[in-house]
Design a protein around this ligand. Structure first.
Ligand code: VGL
Ligand code: ZN
Length: 195
């Protein structure tokens, strides 16, 4: 772990947790583990990003308009809020994605920060070279973010104890992890994290 590392927490929002509109099985289980990663990164003085899926009411992403999904993470709703137990520090960089009604936007590389700066620009000005990615869902937004990170030349480590998948088909998450490894992603757990 070097100074140029960052933690990227993907879409840990109420709608992706049990009881939400598009629940990921055991989605809430990532929260206490991510809180520990947050502490580790914060102590090391490293930046923390948290993305949110942030959809308009009408979007091609939703079933009713030709997409795959039930309505979820609609802008400003309780379902779109971060899980209440996720302890995001004040200086967390919030990334917003999914606002375009014509796109799915699974990847954080389609997100922007609170000033409208694209994720990649934000990473570049901070000289970030290595992303540690956890959150929801393994087989969608986590996968898309990890693969895009690798494509853009970042070193990427998946936090395997802090991700969960939708598994529309059984095995989707396992296949996603394999695809990420094949593309060059590394994996770690809290126990093995070198920080
Ligand atoms: C996601 C499905 C639909 C995700 C977002 O965050 O992985 N999955 N929208
Ligand atoms: Zn979505």
């Amino acid at each position: 772990m070097t100074k140029s590392s960052a933690l990227v927490i993907v879409d840990v929002q109420n709608d992706f947790c049990p009881g939400g509109a598009l629940p990921v099985p055991e989605g809430d289980k990532v929260v206490p583990v991510l809180n520990k990663y947050i502490q580790r990164f914060q102590k090391a003085g490293l930046p923390i990003y948290a993305s949110r899926d942030w959809h308009p009411e009408k979007t091609k992403h939703f079933k009713a308009f030709g997409g795959l999904w039930p309505p979820h993470c609609v802008q400003g709703t309780k379902g779109a809020a971060f899980h209440p137990d996720l302890k995001l520090p004040k200086d967390t960089i919030i990334l917003t994605k999914g606002e375009d009604p014509n796109e799915d936007s699974y990847s954080c590389f389609q997100a922007h920060d609170s000033e409208g700066k694209p994720f990649i620009q934000n990473l570049k000005v901070q000289w970030i070279k290595h992303l540690y990615v956890g959150g929801l869902a393994t087989d969608y937004c986590v996968k898309a973010t990890v693969l895009d990170g690798l494509k853009h030349g970042f070193q990427v480590t998946v936090l395997t104890d802090a991700v969960r998948g939708v598994d529309v088909k059984t095995g989707d998450s396992a296949a996603a992890l394999k695809e990420m490894r094949t593309a060059g992603a590394e994996e770690t757990t809290l126990e093995d994290l070198k920080l």
